[in-house]
Design a protein around this ligand. Structure first.
Ligand SMILES: C[S@@+](CC[C@H](N)C(=O)[O-])C[C@H]1O[C@@H](n2cnc3c(N)ncnc32)[C@H](O)[C@@H]1O
Length: 295
């Protein structure tokens, strides 16, 4: 296999930084800056100048100092240099549309049971954050996007994050309206657009039996509308949930929940394509069955 060059490629972890790859600089206050290393260039930070040449060849996890003439700032002019994780990339990359946050991206990968080689139809691709998560899990992704500018942003964000990494799945974006239908056969349909219920019938036609439909929606009234459409279209084992992530502050013996947390982002709904009307009646919702078996 050829040498992988993606930023998030595990095989590169711990190696010295090389020209052309991305590095994340973090200052003492936790502020972050994503850079692509180019010999001879420098980054002008609030605390002074960091030369790319000082980073090239440095082992990952090292500290680097910014050059400053200000004696008082000398101590604060240090940065930790690490390779960006996929979460770092998603939160720091150029955006067209609003991205799905890492906590929800992580949940989608298992809720939709994404696997290497899975044929996934994704719409709309927006800024490409969800595409990256799916591709890095090894899925082959076909993306539908209605806006040309967003398709271009997603395409360049994905290319930047992938580098030459051959372990990522294949990716193509088609400029088209999802509500006008889906061409081809898929194992998974994963949607992040305003009216996914309008695509439920075409998703049912495109998915293999047992295939998973997954949609991300910001409001619960949208979720209700989607659930009704899923049931009508022959999907069962439906589940809707949100992911709440609460960090904890731990400093010595001072331990408490963090005062601020990312509150509501969105709801995830998954359902599986069942074959036969009887199956849909018997297995409409996963949680109903779960409640029965646990009582
Ligand atoms: C919230 S963004 C998706 C963000 C993306 N999941 C990410 O993580 O970067 C919603 C996208 O759906 C696209 N969209 C809206 N309606 C569409 C349709 N009918 N067909 C295809 N794409 C559509 C929008 O242009 C927008 O890019």
């Amino acid at each position: 296999m050829g040498r992988a060059t993606g930023d998030a490629e595990a095989g590169r972890s711990g190696r010295p930084f090389a020209e052309g790859e991305r590095v994340l600089l973090i200052d003492r206050k936790g502020r972050r800056k994503l850079l692509r290393l180019r010999a001879g260039r420098s980054y002008q930070s609030h605390a002074g100048v960091v030369s790319h040449d000082a980073l090239i060849g440095l082992p990952e996890g090292s500290e680097v100092a910014a050059r400053t003439n200000d004696e008082e700032r000398r101590n604060s002019a240090k940065f930790l240099a690490i390779r960006p994780s996929l979460s770092d990339i998603v939160l720091n990359m150029p955006r067209g549309a609003q991205v799905i946050y890492p906590k929800d991206l992580a949940a989608i990968l298992l809720a939709a049971d994404i696997f290497p080689g899975a044929r996934v139809l994704e719409a709309g691709v927006g800024s490409g954050a969800l595409s990256m998560a799916l591709l890095r899990a090894g899925a082959d992704v076909t993306g539908y996007e209605i806006r040309e500018d967003f398709a271009a942003t997603a395409s360049s964000n994905v290319a930047e994050a992938r580098g030459g990494n051959e372990r990522w799945g294949s990716y193509s974006i088609e400029l088209r309206d999802l509500y006008e239908g889906i061409e081809g056969s898929y194992d998974r349909v994963v949607l992040d657009l305003p009216e996914p219920w309008r695509a439920v019938d075409s998703a049912a036609a495109a998915l293999v039996g047992g295939g998973i439909f997954c949609a991300y929606l910001p409001s619960i009234s949208q979720v209700v509308e989607l659930r009704q459409a899923l049931r009508r279209a022959g999907f069962g084992l439906a589940e809707s949930f949100e992911v709440l992530r609460r960090g904890w502050y731990i400093e010595g013996r001072a331990v408490r929940p963090e005062l601020r947390m990312v509150g509501h982002t969105g709801f995830l709904t998954t359902a599986r394509l069942l074959v036969g009307a009887g199956a849909v009646e018997d297995f409409a919702a996963a949680e109903e069955e779960g409640e029965e078996s646990s009582s």
